[in-house]
Design a protein around this ligand. Structure first.
Ligand code: TRP
Length: 341
C-alpha cells in the first residue's frame, strides 16, 4: 500500500487567526492524527516575499509566530514535517523548469492572483515573482509528490494550475514522475469566516481578526464587540440570524448544535439579548483556544528548540525534494553527469 502524502502551507505575513484554523489547520491536524498520511507543512516565506521583498523583517518575525501557531493547534513534530520553503533549494530549480511550460496569459487569468493584485494595488508594477507564485506553489506540492492538499477555498486555482503543470510535464517528457494533487476544503458554507465586524473576510489589514495567540481577555473583548443584527435593539425584539456574525461563529465552532438551534429560535422569536449569546460564544471559543494557548506557552519558553524543529523538518524535506528533482532532471535530460564515475 502506498501512503498518501500531504503538503500544505501558509505565507508568514502575520499571525494566524481562527479563520485559518477553520479553513485548513483543523483539517491538517485531523489528517495528521488519522495516521495514514505523510505530512509536510510548509512555511512559505519565499511566497510571502513576492510582495514583501523590501520588508523582510516582517516575514522573519512572522515566520516564528506561524511556527508557534502550528505547534499550538496540535501539529506534532513527531508526526509531521514542518519546513521552511526558502531552505529547500530544489524548489527553485523545479520552478524554473515549470515556468517554461506555463504561458503568461494563463498566469494572468488566475482568479485568486487577480483579486490579490487588485487588493494590493500593484497597478502597473506587479512583481514578476508575484505573478508567477502559483508556479512556485506547484513546485512546493510536486516536490513532495503530494496527492492531498488541505487548504482554504481560495487555493483551488493553485491546485488547478498545479494539475495542469503535472499533466503537461508528464506528457511533454513522457514520464510519470509528477503526481496530480487534489484539494481538501472546509465543509460547504464554512469556507470563509467573517471578521468580528461582519465584513465577509477575516483579515489582518481589516483589523477584524481573533488570533490563535490572543490572550483570554482580548478574545472576550473582541467577542463582546462583535457585529450582530443592527436592528436588534431591545432584548424583546425579534432578531435576525442571517448575517449575524455571532451565530455564524457558533455554527462554526460550537459542538452543542442543539443548544445553538435553541438560541437561534429564541433570538428570532425575541427575548434573547446579544450579550447572552456573546457570552456563550465566548465560552465556546475559549474552550477551543485554551489548549492552544497552553501549548504555545510551553514552546515559547524555548524558541531555539522551535527553530531546531524547523531545521529537522527542512532536512527531511530536502531529502524528498532532492530525489524528485533528480527524477525531473532525468526526465528532461539535463542529467549530463549521471554516468560519470
Ligand atoms: N498560497 C498559500 C496561501 O496563501 C500558501 C502556500 C504556499 C501553499 N505554498 C503552498 C498552500 C503549497 C498549499 C500548498 O495561504
Amino acid at each position: 500500500m502506498t501512503t498518501n502524502t500531504i503538503l500544505s502551507g501558509d505565507r508568514p505575513t502575520g499571525k494566524l487567526h481562527i479563520g485559518h484554523y477553520l479553513g485548513s489547520l483543523h483539517n491538517r491536524v485531523k489528517l495528521q492524527n488519522e495516521g495514514k498520511y505523510k505530512l509536510f507543512i510548509m512555511i512559505a516565506d519565499m511566497q510571502a516575499l513576492t510582495d514583501n521583498a523590501r520588508n523582510p523583517e516582517k516575514i522573519r518575525n512572522s515566520l516564528i509566530q506561524v511556527a508557534l501557531d502550528y505547534l499550538s493547534v496540535g501539529i506534532d513534530p513527531a508526526k509531521s514535517n514542518i519546513l521552511i520553503q526558502s531552505q529547500i533549494p530544489a524548489l527553485n530549480e523545479l520552478t524554473m523548469y515549470y515556468l517554461d511550460l506555463v504561458n503568461v496569459s494563463r498566469l494572468e487569468r488566475n482568479p485568486t492572483v487577480k483579486s490579490e493584485i487588485k487588493q494590493k494595488g500593484f497597478g502597473q508594477s506587479i512583481p514578476a515573482g508575484f505573478l508567477t507564485y502559483p508556479v512556485s506553489q506547484a513546485a512546493d506540492i510536486t516536490a513532495f509528490k503530494a496527492d492531498t492538499v488541505p487548504v482554504g477555498d481560495d487555493q483551488e486555482p493553485m491546485l488547478e494550475q498545479t494539475r495542469e503543470i503535472v499533466r503537461t510535464f508528464n506528457n511533454t517528457y513522457n514520464t510519470n514522475t509528477l503526481v496530480e494533487p487534489k484539494g481538501i476544503f472546509p465543509p460547504k458554507g464554512q469556507g470563509r469566516l467573517p471578521g468580528i465586524d461582519g465584513n465577509a473576510k477575516m483579515s489582518k489589514s481589516l483589523g477584524n481578526c481573533i488570533y490563535l495567540s490572543d490572550p483570554e481577555d482580548v478574545v472576550t473583548k473582541k467577542v463582546m464587540s462583535m457585529y450582530t443584527d443592527p436592528d436588534h435593539i431591545h432584548v424583546e425584539d425579534p432578531g435576525k440570524i442571517e448575517g449575524n456574525t455571532v451565530f455564524t461563529y457558533l455554527d462554526a465552532f460550537a459542538e452543542d448544535k442543539k443548544m445553538v438551534e435553541q438560541l437561534k429560535e429564541q433570538y428570532q422569536a425575541g427575548g434573547l439579548g446579544d450579550v447572552k449569546v456573546k457570552r456563550y460564544l465566548n465560552d465556546v471559543l475559549q474552550e477551543v483556544l485554551k489548549p492552544m494557548r497552553e501549548r504555545r506557552a510551553e514552546y515559547e519558553k524555548d524558541i531555539p528548540s522551535v527553530y531546531q524543529i524547523l531545521k529537522d523538518g527542512s532536512d527531511r524535506a530536502n531529502e524528498v525534494a532532492n530525489q524528485t528533482l533528480s527524477e525531473v532532471r532525468s526526465a528532461i535530460g539535463v542529467n549530463y553527469f549521471d554516468n560519470l564515475k
